[in-house]
Design a protein around this ligand. Structure first.
Ligand code: NAD
Ligand code: MG
Length: 423
């Protein structure tokens, strides 16, 4: 069923309802989505997908009884089918990447939660947009690597795109209602700038000399949010905010000069919109992803999310600082890639994914991450990112360049400090 921007899905009780595919259901966002769905009888799970986590998928299938479960990994799919058969569960098990696209575009699924981490989420998420689904976008890497193509596909379809990233969901809520889904430049609506808040991650005050000794466990211990390992490292380097600047530019049709980043360690103000008359509208709430998930599931209505309510009398201070780009070069690289456009964000994203994976496997140090990304950006020339082939090619070349640089680093050729983008 195609959903126009004015369609409100309603269940038997007149409340919002949906038939939902969750891409990446075994991850942090996937699990939070299922927690919200479990509170509302009118939301049905149509399909669940994961890479290889059979145990969690078995539990989710037994509880939510989806029509389909996809494991990308073949071996994991076989194991899941055996376990579900033993338990008498009638869910059909599929495997492989193409099955992700099938359940994201199936005519009976009207809503798709895009919560796969990294570039692997692009094909099924883009396919869901092409098939005019209501797409709840957590997978920011898909938008960063192919933003122009993604937004053009959105404009040519009847899809509705709702941001799940807490900052972008906050901005969406603070915008004038008529411009939220327009996909055009929001400055025509009296908006002066978008202000994205950032917690600053676990190393906001750590002496920079100690960045080289940071372990993956320390990087994944976020002060305010419980998230998957990749986004936790991105938050620690602040590449997460760099990716979010790019995400905001595509979602709201503005240049990076109209996107400001403010460090806000308490993670209570999730982002703001400043208007030309001097008004600033902010969205506040507990740092709990069930809030943007519930908002987007029910949009334009509101439903219970299960999150705790905010008690501002128990909140000591709300602080805001300008970010330190010397401490967090990844944020600067993200802003520069947003300004440069074309395939620069694709290259940045691919180099970052390789560098983060390598850091999590213990092959490079924390401070090598920005150095590797900067070196890849300096080596590669940027093209217009107007076709999927160009995007794939830039993605593959940037991954190969990052791997080459990492191998050289392991051989003892230390990396230099991050430099700017090749012009
Ligand atoms: P996660 O690592 O906890 O979960 C990732 C999910 O993707 C898992 O279900 C996994 O099985 C699946 N997956 C991983 N690799 C895959 C592959 N190659 N093919 C198919 N499926 C694969 O990640 P997360 O924290 O839930 O984040 C998911 C996305 O949401 C990311 O893009 C992240 O940036 C974004 N996001 C997360 C949060 C958060 O609070 N966790 C907040 C904002 C945005
Ligand atoms: Mg965010």
């Amino acid at each position: 069923m195609a959903i126009s921007s004015t369609t409100v899905l309603t269940g038997p009780a007149g409340r919002p309802s949906a038939n939902i595919t969750i891409l990446g259901s075994t991850g942090s966002i996937g699990k939070s989505t299922l927690e919200v769905i479990a509170l509302h009888l009118d939301y049905r799970v149509f399909a669940l997908t994961a890479n290889s986590n059979v145990q969690t998928m078995v539990e989710q299938c037994l509880r939510f009884q989806p029509r389909f479960a996809v494991m990308v990994n073949d071996q994991a799919a076989k194991q899941l089918a055996v376990e579900l058969h033993k338990a008498g569960c009638s869910t059909t098990v599929l495997s492989g990447e193409q099955a992700l696209v099938e359940v994201a575009t199936h005519p009976e699924a009207d809503t798709v939660m895009a919560a796969i981490v990294g570039s692997a989420g692009l094909p099924p998420t883009l396919a869901a947009v092409e098939h005019s689904k209501k797409v709840l976008l957590a997978n920011k890497e898909a938008l960063v690597m192919a933003g122009e193509l993604f937004m053009r596909t959105l404009a040519e379809s009847d899809a509705v795109l709702l941001p799940i990233d807490s900052e972008h969901n906050a901005v969406f809520q603070c915008l004038p209602p008529e411009s939220r889904l327009a996909g055009g430049d929001i400055r025509g609506q009296g908006v002066r700038k978008v202000i994205l808040t950032a917690s600053g991650g676990p190393f906001r005050t750590l002496p920079i000399e100690q960045f080289g000794d940071v372990t993956p466990e320390q990087a994944c211990r976020h002060p305010n949010w419980e998230m998957g390992r990749k986004i936790s490292v991105d938050s620690a380097t602040m590449m997460n905010k760099g990716l979010e600047v790019i995400e905001a530019c595509f979602l709201f049709g503005v240049g990076p000069e109209h996107v400001e980043v403010l460090i806000h360690p308490q993670s209570i103000v999730h982002s703001m919109v400043e208007y030309m008359d001097g008004s600033v509208i902010a969205q506040l709430g507990s740092p709990d992803m069930r809030i943007p998930i519930a908002y987007s599931l029910a949009w334009p209505e509101r439903i219970n999310s299960g999150a705790s309510f905010l008690d501002l009398t128990r909140q000591a201070d709300l602080q805001f600082f300008a970010p330190d780009l010397e401490r967090f070069p990844c944020l600067r690289l993200g802003m520069e890639a947003a300004a440069k456009g074309g395939t620069a964000p694709t290259i940045l994203n691919a180099a970052n994914e390789v560098a983060v994976e390598s850091f999590l496997s213990g092959n490079i140090s924390f401070k090598d991450i920005p150095a590797i990304i900067a070196a890849v950006l300096a080596q590669m020339t940027c093209d217009n990112a107007d076709s999927i082939d160009i995007i794939r090619q830039a993605d593959e070349q940037a991954r190969a360049a990052a791997r080459r640089i990492i191998t050289e680093t392991e051989l003892g050729n230390g990396l230099s400090a991050p430099t700017g983008l090749k012009q």
